[in-house]
Design a protein around this ligand. Structure first.
Ligand SMILES: Nc1ncnc2c1ncn2[C@@H]1O[C@H](COP(=O)(O)OP(=O)(O)OP(=O)(O)O)[C@@H](O)[C@H]1O
Ligand SMILES: [Mg+2]
Length: 416
């Protein structure tokens, strides 16, 4: 994928890595971390040196003493039962420096310490992984899309922590599609393109198109008085919501405010404690970890599992630019490609309401715009969309914006 890539991570630097979705940012980070080629086979040539040690000789476990890595799927990185155990493991590996404690506090991990990792929300998991990894400072950090699931306040904490880490001699290589969210923490930007690394300007948020149609009158989904409890406490109280034909609605709210929990109730995956959800047709949900919804051995088998005929499958694969990947295993696809495959599957399943939980993660501006245009085309033909995201720029692409605050739902204007 790369030829002759040179990259130098001096101490005190935070390098932001940008580039097209599927352009190799994750591959680069994983090659430094040693996951490539030790876990994901590939041919790696060239030299990687850290503090005078030749990295190529070391397996991922040995490299973990020297560099700390946060993968782009926080859920895949939490192996122990609780955040407290994860942090103890980090302290055994890297020591118990005060900076680690600062990270735990500033990322709001304190109240989560004794929770089961599997019950944490996406953003809470990302906060735990970042708090773990920040224990390695001043060793170099490799962060793959570290803001993908963070709310505004979480991003701000990360920005502050990275700034402090680099001032005390730490360094980081951060692959981040929405790099503008990290503001001043990044000291320089590097773009990966066609296997080369080049100096780049700071990325800017994409200007996404507004929907070109008005929503219809017919209500496709109506939730009334929905109350949800989690861990013995009331998470959502008396939430009501309507989605109309053709409507595109953005749902925001802080990490742990209950967005995913509400979405699961709307999609019929969980029962609410109280309240009703009426739907005028099938409601489907795409989870934050889209890979979990792809089961088949190949892309072709995945679309075939919808029961669609050969001609229609071929048409849909072509429409989503996947026809040349038909024989590939879904888990070998890049994040953007996996997402395209899920939308191809959705085209074949034809839900009336589609809920997309964090659809923008890891997508560059162009890929996000392509996704938004697809959503608008499907919505113009009557499908309703509920988009759950922390990415402010998606507000422009929606008819309406809602936010979960203190267990209730509030209507928000267009401003951030
Ligand atoms: N089994 C459980 N026990 C206790 N708390 C739970 C359980 N399951 C979920 N929660 C908590 O419920 C809250 C809501 O989670 P949810 O996933 O709905 O949040 P979210 O708004 O989607 O957050 P994010 O922005 O991080 O995705 C979180 O604080 C989560 O930790
Ligand atoms: Mg969520």
């Amino acid at each position: 994928m790369f030829g002759g890539l040179a990259l130098d991570l001096g101490s005190g630097s935070v390098t932001g890595l940008i580039g097209r979705s599927g352009g190799g940012k994750t591959t680069l980070l994983q090659s430094v971390a040693g996951l490539i080629p030790w876990i994901h086979p590939a041919e790696v040539r060239g030299r990687m040196e850290l503090d005078g040690e030749e990295l190529e000789e070391l397996d991922p476990g040995q490299r973990a003493h020297l560099v700390a890595t946060a993968l782009d799927r926080p859920a895949s990185q939490l192996f122990l039962a609780t955040p407290r155990q994860e942090l103890e493991a980090a302290r055994r590996l890297w020591g118990d420096a005060p900076f680690g404690r600062t990270a735990v506090e500033s990322l709001g991990v304190g109240p989560l310490l004794d929770r089961r990792c599997t019950t944490l929300s996406s953003g809470e998991r990302q906060r735990v992984v970042l708090a773990v990894v920040l224990h390695a400072v001043p060793r170099p950090l490799l962060l793959d899309e570290p803001t993908a699931f963070l709310d505004r306040e979480g991003v701000w904490s990360l920005e502050t922590l990275l700034g402090e880490a680099s001032r005390t001699g730490g360094s980081a290589l951060v692959a981040e599609q929405s790099g503008w969210r990290l503001g001043s923490a990044v000291t320089r930007w590097t773009a990966l393109s066609a296997g080369r690394a080049e100096e780049a300007g700071a990325p800017r948020p994409p200007e996404l198109p507004a929907p070109g149609h008005a929503p219809g009158e017919r209500v496709l989904l109506r939730a009334r008085g929905v109350t949800v409890e989690r861990g013995g406490a009331t998470l959502l109280r008396d939430v009501s919501l309507e989605l109309r034909e053709g409507e595109v609605v953005l749902l925001g709210g802080a990490n742990g405010s209950g967005k995913t929990s509400l979405a699961r109730v709307l999609a019929g995956l969980d029962h609410p404690r109280n309240g009703t959800v009426e739907v005028a047709g099938p409601v489907l949900m795409v989870f934050p970890d889209a890979g979990l919804q792809l089961f088949a051995a190949t892309v072709e088998a995945e679309v075939a599992s919808t029961g669609a005929g050969v001609a229609e499958r071929a048409r849909v694969l072509r429409r989503h630019g996947l026809e040349h990947m038909a024989a590939r295993a879904p888990w070998t696809l890049s994040r953007g490609e996996r997402q395209r495959l899920l939308h191809a599957v959705m085209d074949l399943l034809r839900p009336r309401v589609l809920i997309l939980d964090e659809p923008a993660q890891g997508l560059d501006g162009e890929a996000l715009e392509t996704l938004v245009r697809l959503i608008h085309r499907r919505a113009a033909r009557g499908r309703a969309y509920l988009l759950i995201s922390h990415r402010e720029e998606l507000a422009a692409a929606a008819h309406r914006r809602l936010e979960l605050v203190d267990g209730g739902i509030v209507e928000r204007g267009g401003e951030p």
